[in-house]
Design a protein around this ligand. Sequence first.
Ligand SMILES: [Fe+2]
Length: 165
Amino acid sequence: MFEKYWEFLKEVFAEDPKMIPHTEDVFRFAEMIAQDLGIQGKERRIIALSALLHDVGIVEAFRKHGSREGKYQHIEGPPLARFIMKQEKEEEEVIDRVAFLVGHHHDFASVDGLDFQILIEADMLVNLADEKWSREKLAQFIQDFFKTRKGRELAEEKYLCSGTM
Ligand SMILES: [Fe+2]
């Protein structure tokens, strides 16, 4: 369904192949949360595409600015996201919203919709693994950050239960 996007991402991430499994995980979590909320149609497509493309600017950010920091990804990501979505003939409204999400996904204070919230939850479900926090701090963070039922449930399963996932 999104083969062309995966092909594009494999090219874009050629120098940083670990971004592919990262993107696969974020995409999978975003789909699970959206599914649980019964989101369909255009909104579902926006969520799927934003998960696929959210980090698309990371290699270009490093190449041009010497940094993978969010603020540079936010500059370099949207044009790449627009390029591939135009090629795939997505609706204008979808392209604009996904480009906005790609360009703001590290600005948690800018969350202005459920699609945005789902994207940051899906990304955080993967990225929390890098934090060396105490169980108490993790529990508090999960409580505050995750607003969707499925996102919070997945975070608790992944980070607060003793088993591995
Ligand atoms: Fe990410």
